[in-house]
Design a protein around this ligand. Structure first.
Ligand SMILES: O=C(O)CCC(=O)C(=O)O
Length: 192
């Protein structure tokens, strides 16, 4: 059975993104939030990024305003490796079915992460395109972003630039260094 309606699939093709409800059950959402809260609590005991994923990078990434009484855990890399519920959501959930409707039926999981913008922390995610982070030989790829909290204009909502999936691919380098963000001029174009 399909998880998305045809008009949602068409909207995805036209705009490059859709918002879809009920990607996980209420109980699974509660479990995801609980696991994440535990990671935030654990982060209070650390003063530098910690843990390790398979390529050697830290699993738990702290922003530079992190302190024991002000946790600023901004990213958890590969949560699917260390949490059964995060793995279940990635591999077998309504969200997975939605990804299959958009790309499938044959799909391959690439990676997962948790981005967080905790209250009163410095964390920002700058305008970027995902493709340059994980170049592929074709563009049959997508990012499924599951919101664990209600999203408001005040708590760091994700923004997208509809239609930008049609290109061009923009440089994420400045002075020869990969910055993970497009130039200020390109970002201003996205915000129009
Ligand atoms: O959390 C955000 O604001 C953006 C997330 C995103 O674009 C990403 O993780 O690639």
């Amino acid at each position: 059975m399909r998880a998305l309606q045809e008009k949602q699939v068409e909207a995805f093709r036209d705009n490059g993104a859709i918002v879809a409800a009920n990607a996980v059950s209420d109980d699974v959402l509660r479990q995801l939030r609980e696991v994440f809260s535990n990671w935030v609590e654990e982060s209070r005991a650390h003063d530098a990024p910690y843990g390790k994923i398979c390529d050697g990078r830290p699993r738990f990434d702290l922003d530079d305003d992190h302190a024991p009484d002000h946790p600023s855990l901004r990213r958890v890399a590969s949560p699917t490796d260390v949490s059964d519920v995060y793995a279940a959501v990635a591999f077998d959930s309504p969200m997975t079915d939605m990804a299959c409707d958009l790309l499938g039926p044959d799909v391959r999981f690439h990676h997962a992460k948790v981005n967080s913008k905790l209250p009163r922390t410095k964390t920002v995610v700058k305008w970027h395109q995902d493709f340059p982070f994980d170049p592929h030989s074709n563009d049959d790829t997508l990012t499924a972003l599951l919101f664990l909290d209600d999203v408001t204009e005040e708590n760091g909502p994700l923004m997208i630039a509809p239609g930008s999936h049609r290109g061009p691919l923009l440089s994420h380098f400045q002075n020869g260094v990969f910055t993970g963000a497009v130039s200020d001029a390109a970002a201003a174009g996205f915000e129009k």
